[in-house]
Ligand binder design. Structure first.
Ligand code: DCP
Ligand code: MG
Length: 343
C-alpha cells in the first residue's frame, strides 16, 4: 500500500487528479484488508481497485517489485518535489516552481538569493529536522496535557479532543491535531487567541499562524466540499520538553541530540459547539474516509456532508436532530465509521 501512496503522490505532482484519487482509494482498500495480499485472486471483487492498480500488484506479486514505482523513485523531479513538499508551508506549486528554477536540494533553496520564503516556510526550514520526524503517541499525549491545562486555565468548561491520526489509533503522526470548543455558543470566538497568548507566556510557542473564522451559517449551502473548513484555527509549532513525555523512549530525536527538547507541529481548531460533531468527524479523518463518507451521503442518501453540517437535499434542511430521530443516520454514519477505520 505504500507503493500505492507513492503512485498517488507522483500523480499529484503531475496534477493528474483522477489517477491520484484512484491510487489513494486503492491504498485505503488494501490497508483495510485483514492480511497482506498473496495472490491476485484475493482481491477479486474488492471495490476501487482498477486496472492500473491491479497491474502494479501483479508486478509486485510476480517479480517482488514494481518497475513503475522504481522508475518514479529514481525520477529527479519526483525526488525534488517530494523533498521540497516535506517542508512545512511548501505545497506542490511552490515545489514545482523551485524545481523549474533548477533547484534540487534544501541547501540550494536556502542559499539562492532570489528566493523569498514566507513566514511559514521560514519556520518550516528552521525546525525542519524536528518537524520532519514522526511524532509518537506519548508525545501527542504530553502535548494533550499541556493544551488541556492551558485551555482549562482560560475556560474551565471547555471541551478538548485529540483528533487526526491519533484519534484513529495511530502510533505515529506528522503532527498533533486538537479540536476545542465551549458549551456556550459564541464564547469560542476569543478562545484560540487566548490559548496562543498563554502558550507564548509559557515560552513554548515557536511559531503561530492564526486564521479567524469565516464560517457563516446563512451561507452554508455555498461553502460545501472545500478543502479547508471555515472554522477558526491555528497552525503551531510548539516546544516539547523531554521531562514532559512519559515512556521509555521519551522524545523522538536523533541519537546524540542533547538539547532536551524538540519542536512539534500542532493544529488547533475551534468550531462553535453546534458544529462540534461534524468538525470532530471531519478532523478525525482519514482524508480518504471523509471523502468516501461524503460520496456515500451524496449518492446513497441525497445528503451533503462536510466539516460544518449535514444537509438533506430532499427535505432541504440541516435539521440534523430531526434526521437523527427520523432516519437511520446514526447507523450509517457509525457503520461507515467502523468500516473505514483505516489508518
Ligand atoms: N482535515 C480536514 N480538513 C483539512 C485538513 C485536514 O478535514 N483542511 C482532516 C482530515 C485529516 C485530519 O483532519 O485526517 C487531520 O489532518 P492531518 O493532515 O493531520 O492528517 P492525519 O492526522 O490523518 O495524519 P498524520 O498522522 O500524518 O498527521
Ligand atoms: Mg495529524
Amino acid at each position: 500500500m505504500d507503493v500505492m501512496e507513492e503512485l498517488a503522490e507522483s500523480s499529484e505532482f503531475n496534477e493528474s487528479k483522477g489517477p491520484c484519487l484512484a491510487f489513494r482509494q486503492a491504498a485505503s482498500v488494501l490497508k483495510s484488508l485483514p492480511s497482506a495480499v498473496r495472490c491476485l485472486g484475493a482481491i477479486q471483487g474488492l471495490p476501487w481497485l482498477g486496472e492500473h492498480t491491479k497491474a502494479v500488484m501483479e508486478e509486485i506479486l510476480t517479480f517482488g517489485r514494481s518497475f513503475k514505482v522504481e522508475e518514479i523513485r529514481c525520477d529527479e523531479r519526483y525526488q525534488a518535489l517530494k523533498l521540497f513538499t516535506s517542508v512545512f508551508g511548501v505545497g506542490p506549486k511552490t515545489a514545482e516552481k523551485w524545481y523549474r528554477r533548477g533547484l534540487r536540494s534544501l541547501k540550494e533553496i536556502l542559499t539562492e538569493p532570489n528566493i523569498q520564503l514566507n513566514r511559514m516556510q521560514r519556520a518550516g526550514f528552521l525546525y525542519y529536522s524536528d518537524i520532519s520526524k514522526a511524532v509518537s503517541k506519548a508525545e501527542a499525549e504530553a502535548l494533550g496535557c499541556i493544551i488541556e491545562e492551558t485551555v482549562h486555565w482560560i475556560a474551565p468548561d471547555a471541551v478538548l479532543a485529540l483528533t487526526g491520526g491519533f484519534r484513529r489509533g495511530k502510533e505515529y503522526g506528522h503532527d498533533v491535531d486538537f479540536l476545542l470548543t465551549v458549551p456556550e455558543m459564541g464564547k469560542e470566538e476569543g478562545l484560540l487567541l487566548h490559548v496562543i497568548d498563554r502558550l507564548r507566556d509559557q515560552g513554548i510557542l515557536l511559531y503561530c499562524d492564526h486564521q479567524g473564522s469565516t464560517f457563516d451559517v446563512s451561507k452554508l449551502p455555498s461553502c460545501r466540499f472545500e478543502d479547508m473548513d471555515h472554522f477558526q484555527k491555528c497552525f503551531l509549532i510548539l516546544r516539547l520538553e523531554e521531562g514532559q513525555v512519559e515512556g521509555e523512549r521519551g522524545l523522538q530525536r536523533d541519537p546524540g541530540d542533547s538539547r532536551g527538547w524538540r519542536a512539534v507541529r500542532v493544529d488547533l481548531v475551534a468550531p462553535p459547539v453546534d458544529r462540534y460533531a461534524f468538525a470532530l468527524l471531519g478532523w478525525t479523518g482519514s482524508k480518504q474516509f471523509g471523502r468516501d463518507l461524503r460520496t456515500f451521503a451524496r449518492k446513497e442518501r441525497q445528503m451533503l456532508l462536510d466539516n460544518h453540517a449535514l444537509y438533506d437535499k430532499t427535505k432541504r434542511n440541516y435539521s440534523y436532530r430531526r434526521l437523527l430521530r427520523r432516519t437511520s443516520l446514526p447507523i450509517w454514519v457509525w457503520s461507515m465509521w467502523s468500516l473505514g477505520r483505516e489508518m
